[in-house]
Design a binder for this molecule. Structure first.
Ligand code: APR
Length: 255
């Protein structure tokens, strides 16, 4: 590893050790090393599939079928994925009492699987689905069964209502409790690790900006540039797994 990289790792670890309220903000890029493609990189999901909005999903049967066709193609990749070094490093930093919370845009549940206890999911999760009429909740296993048994317009076993996964669609209102928690944390933290996100989707992308406005120090870890790299104290253009592994070992060695 070249010296400037090592120097940046040392500096990042110093900032983390000096912090009193450090948190992480993550996006799809933290899970690509677990085999889950992100959305906007070359070959990303939005280059392969069309975005079905919330309104389309509610009112248009063909759009629902298109959505479930995509889900059927991707679902096993999602549910068989395992946490990688990046998720594991954040969970370890939490155990060391350094990272207080992980605010994530991801629905894959890999932070929790890695052992992170305080995870705020801004865009829902893939743990199941809900009937939009009777609000009956279905576990992922039941959704898989529906996908195997039913036409691609999944319907509630009880009332025949439309089944929607518990993820947040474009055009759907954000989960209020999670958004307010994330904003409160961004207002209080003194350090934020921003990992694997293009920061193009609002209001999630405003969370690091709130932290910056409040004087928190930001460390960006991302393969590609974002429009907000200028607000960061340190920017790593590289693999989240490698960089967080190096930051963790540097932090551990120094404590
Ligand atoms: N390590 C570090 N960065 C990575 C890695 C990696 N292994 N793999 C990809 N990246 C970077 C990419 O360069 C890209 O800038 O992660 C970023 C992922 O950006 P997006 O694909 O735009 O994902 P994200 O920012 O999480 O998208 C936000 O958009 O589509 C919606 O609801 C979806 O939550 C998602 C939201």
């Amino acid at each position: 590893m070249n010296s400037s990289y090592q120097e940046k790792i040392k500096k990042a670890s110093q900032l983390i050790k000096n912090s009193t309220y450090a948190v992480a903000f993550t996006g799809a890029g933290i899970s690509t090393e677990s085999g889950i493609p992100d959305f906007r990189s070359p070959g990303g999901l939005w280059q392969r599939f069309r975005i079905v909005t919330y309104q389309e999903f509610i009112y248009d049967r063909q759009a629902r079928e298109e959505f479930w066709r995509m889900k059927k193609e991707l679902i096993h990749q999602l549910i068989n994925a395992k946490p990688n070094n990046a998720h594991i490093a954040l969970a370890e930093l939490e155990k060391l009492g350094i990272i207080k919370h992980v605010i994530t845009q991801n629905i894959d549940g890999l932070h929790q699987m890695a052992g992170s206890n305080s995870v705020i999911e801004l865009h829902g999760n893939q743990r199941g689905a809900i009937c939009l009429d009777c609000e009956k909740l279905y576990e992922m296993d039941e959704v898989l069964q529906m996908l195997a048994e039913q036409e691609l317009d999944l319907r509630c076993y009880d009332c025949g209502g439309i089944i929607k996964p518990t993820v947040v669609f474009f055009g759907e209102p954000m989960p209020e409790k999670e958004l307010i928690m994330a904003q409160q944390i961004a207002n209080q933290c003194d350090l934020m690790l921003v990992i694997g996100t293009s920061l193009q989707v609002e209001p999630a992308a405003s969370i690091p900006r709130i932290a910056h406005k409040r004087g928190a120090k930001l460390i960006f870890i991302n393969k590609a540039e974002t429009d907000w790299d200028w607000i960061a104290e340190i920017v790593f253009y590289g693999s989240a797994g490698q960089v967080l592994k190096d930051i963790l070992s540097e932090t551990k060695n120094a404590t």
